[in-house]
Design a protein around this ligand. Structure first.
Ligand SMILES: Nc1ncnc2c1ncn2[C@@H]1O[C@H](COP(=O)(O)OP(=O)(O)O)[C@@H](O)[C@H]1O
Ligand SMILES: [Mg+2]
Length: 158
């Protein structure tokens, strides 16, 4: 679950945005990310950064000349990190397979189908989950839910 970095605040997503910018510029994809303030949630920053990298990479791979957007929203018990793209979207027959090990539609271009599975494991390891919505031809949004407090915290101290 959480490792040596546990207990740190979630890293600013500006790191993920900044590191994605060169490839975005090369593809003509616009990337934007905004965090108004650091989010107070206990996570392993390296693991969460890895999740964002997987999701942003997938978003770029699905998008040409569109937008990839990363943002954080308050969803009550959870912080939600949303990675949205205006790419090709996910067909209904692909949707149920997204988190299956080695499921990829990019076998011809180096896909190995482990990114979403690993991302989901990391999210659930933090007491959260990942949700997907998509409209074929219009784009997709992957939402990482992270609980505001750790599940092993004493609820009476909230
Ligand atoms: N943003 C996205 N837009 C469209 N399809 C996506 C997106 N993210 C993931 N997918 C689909 O989910 C599959 C699995 O993704 P992933 O586990 O990251 O493996 P890989 O990227 O190696 O194929 C992809 O092959 C693709 O079909
Ligand atoms: Mg991937």
């Amino acid at each position: 679950m959480t490792g040596g970095n546990a207990g740190s605040s979630c890293p600013s997503n500006s790191d993920a945005v900044a590191s994605a910018r060169p490839i975005a510029n090369a593809k003509g994809v616009r990337v934007e990310g905004r965090v108004d303030s650091p989010i107070p949630v206990l996570v392993d920053p390296l693991q969460i950064q890895e999740v964002l990298m997987h999701l942003v990479k997938n978003a770029f791979e699905a998008t040409s000349k569109g937008n990839v957007r990363i943002r954080i929203e308050d969803r009550g018990e959870f912080h939600a990190i949303l990675v949205s793209d205006t790419g090709k979207g996910i067909p209904p027959d692909v949707m149920p397979n997204l988190f299956q090990p080695f499921y990829t539609t990019k076998a011809g271009s180096g896909g190995i189908g482990l990114g979403l599975l690993q991302s989901k494991h990391i999210a659930t390891g933090h007491g959260g989950t990942i949700d997907v919505t998509s409209e074929p031809g219009k784009g997709s949004t992957f939402t990482v839910f992270l609980p505001r407090r750790r599940s092993n915290e004493d609820p009476s101290r909230r």
